[in-house]
Design a protein around this ligand. Structure first.
Ligand code: SF4
Length: 83
């Protein structure tokens, strides 16, 4: 099976790599409203416990895994860079 990639242009994220690749081992996408309410530790490792968060269009969704590359919160969840 071909390797799959998440493509992302948010280049100040800790998980971003040249070529607009996301190098996180996993990510979680949620609605903007839900993402804004949740602490940093609520992330991909807890995805199975997150209730559905519907959205009407792409602008209402967000990558909850985003963390600024200079943030002190990089280790707040269990997500890691694969390389
Ligand atoms: S974690 Fe999210 S915001 Fe960061 S590079 Fe991956 S897809 Fe983009």
């Amino acid at each position: 099976m071909a390797q799959q990639h998440i493509h992302c242009s948010v280049n100040n994220c800790h998980y971003w790599q040249n070529g607009n690749k996301c190098m996180a081992n996993e990510i979680v996408v949620v609605s903007d409203d839900f993402g804004a309410q949740q602490p940093d530790y609520v992330d991909a490792s807890l995805a199975q416990q997150i209730a559905p968060t519907p959205a009407e269009n792409c602008m209402q969704t967000c990558c909850k895994t985003f963390v600024h590359k200079n943030s002190s919160q990089i280790k707040a969840d269990k997500v890691y860079r694969t390389q």
